[in-house]
Design a protein around this ligand. Structure first.
Ligand SMILES: *Cc1c(COP(=O)(O)O)cnc(C)c1O
Length: 234
């Protein structure tokens, strides 16, 4: 049996090589894309191996799992990212881990995060999730809703909106994913013009194990990769 530590280190190295290749092909600097290791598939001990392999940005999709791992002393060096749906009644507890919240999918949730952060005298970084594929099962704002929300983003003093996040359609083709990611970038460029000063929407969180190279080609600044990092662990 191969050593899990080695398997994960090799997987991380391969993903980083592919990230650098995709960035170079797009004429972008390698360090313009941040790898977020989505650790939702594994326990805290295995998550620690990701940290050991140099992946400090860790993502969870369930708030409860994020709370539990954020409380692990061995994972104290991680920077946390919540990438899955957040219910308003879990906001307060979630803010204790100070994650970047990628999955803000309604004005009500953004307001709740802002209010709780204000009460805690904290500032929390968030991304607005966009439903680019139009699939009804997916969370996220429509482009129309964001055009309405964007000019008001300066009102949220304690929730700093860094950018947009999306997931590609489920059909799995690279062409569809590329079209979804290009649509997110185009929407960002459009919204940039109506955002208040100080809100730049510079970050684009898009791309997962199956489609991160095409996401980087389309301008991703954060990719959320899970299963590729744990391949071969059995
Ligand atoms: C699970 C998950 C990922 C990672 O997906 P992989 O295909 O395993 O890389 C990325 N983003 C979100 C929102 C997820 O839930």
């Amino acid at each position: 049996m191969a050593d899990p530590r080695q398997i994960i280190a090799d997987n991380v190295a391969r993903v980083r090589d592919e990230m650098a290749e995709a960035a170079a092909a797009a004429g972008r600097a390698a360090d313009s894309v941040r790898l977020i290791g989505v650790s939702k598939y594994v326990d805290a001990a295995t998550t620690e191996l990701l940290l050991a392999a140099g992946v400090r940005d860790l993502g969870e999709s369930r708030p409860q799992q994020l709370w539990d791992k954020a409380a692990e002393p061995a994972l104290a060096d991680a920077r946390w990212h919540l990438v899955g749906h957040l219910q308003r009644n879990k906001v307060r507890r979630t803010l204790q881990a100070s994650p970047v919240i990628h999955s803000v999918d309604s004005k009500r949730l953004l307001t709740a995060i802002n209010d709780e952060a204000a009460a805690a005298d904290a500032s929390i970084e968030v991304l607005l999730e966009v439903n680019c594929s139009g699939e009804s099962a997916k969370h996220g704002f429509s482009a129309e809703e964001l055009r309405e929300l964007a000019p008001t983003l300066g009102d949220f003093d304690h929730a700093r909106v860094l950018g947009l996040m999306t997931m590609a359609a489920r059909d799995g083709s690279q062409a569809t994913a590329g079209a979804n990611f290009a649509a997110l970038r185009t929407l960002r460029d459009e919204l940039h013009g109506v955002c208040p000063p100080g809100v730049s929407l510079a970050e684009l969180s898009m791309g997962m194990s199956g489609d991160f190279p095409v996401a980087i080609a389309e301008g991703a600044t954060m990719i959320r990769v899970g299963s590729r990092l744990f391949a071969g662990l059995g």
